[in-house]
Design a protein around this ligand. Sequence first.
Ligand SMILES: C[S@@+](CC[C@H](N)C(=O)[O-])C[C@H]1O[C@@H](n2cnc3c(N)ncnc32)[C@H](O)[C@@H]1O
Length: 309
Amino acid sequence: MGGRGRSRTQRKHFRQSRENVWKRSKSEISGGDGQLSDGDDKQRTHWEPFATKNEAFDEYYREQEIVPHEEWDTFIEYLRKPLPAAFRVNASSPFYEDILSQLENEFRKSLQAEDEEGLEVEAIKPLPWYPDNLAWQSIFSRNELRKNQTLERFHEFLKLQNETGNITRQEAVSMVPPLFLDVHPDHFVLDMCAAPGSKTFQLLEMVYKLTEPGSLPRGLVIANDLDVQRCNLLIHQTKRMCTANLIVTNHEAQHFPSCNLLRNHSGDSQAWNGTELPIQKLQFDRVLCDVPCSGDGTLRKAPDIWKKW
Ligand SMILES: C[S@@+](CC[C@H](N)C(=O)[O-])C[C@H]1O[C@@H](n2cnc3c(N)ncnc32)[C@H](O)[C@@H]1O
């Protein structure tokens, strides 16, 4: 659901006005010293929860008939729930087992959150459908973050591991398509609409999986996007992987040029006899095409969209 129907300026404003929950600084959370300042208290007295209703939105989506009538209320109910934050542990990181053990033994056991009825629930847990417990979600709220030191430590842990490429923050739903692709380490993969690169990173992890430490995988990911600025974001994201198995291109996906290879697909360098270049047409084993959508699903991350939609 992305930017269709919005002008470039509107989209820019839209992006800027959305809060990035991952970029919260300590001073935003508190007065900078871990304590709430007077200013915070003052702001809080004026703070009101976002209204999570919009008649135009309801009318538009009812008319689309993408949700069966009997499921409408459940659909809206879910759109109103805050989206749990999710992240993936990079299985090609030399530290991934330590990270999984820290998540399981340190944070999972000590972190609790409250559900809507005020009952204690696990604040972080693995996503049951993701292989090898590599994907996790956390459901703590800002209030809980304020009052819980372990949570604050967890937040710092996420930030650090994210910067070093050991984990990647990515919405759970965005992790699904690459799983279906069943990518193997020797595959050539084209990610046609790739920026900002969450799925590209995930695909690279799959290409690196099962590769002997110290050797390069035979596979390759070509990550393409039409928007050059978003290509920059993608490069920024994926450089955490320190990989030579990625090529970033900036083309219209619908006119993606045909490419040639200087070696055969199996990576058999014997095929080159020194005089004749074994050029062959590059054919992809897997293609991911994650086309732009309306972005309306981001309501769950940014409830201020309800009143602006
Ligand atoms: C839904 S986003 C992709 C998200 C990305 N796959 C990820 O997981 O991080 C869609 C992307 O398609 C790009 N795009 C739009 N039109 C395109 C086109 N004709 N060719 C290639 N990319 C295009 C947009 O710039 C945008 O970055």
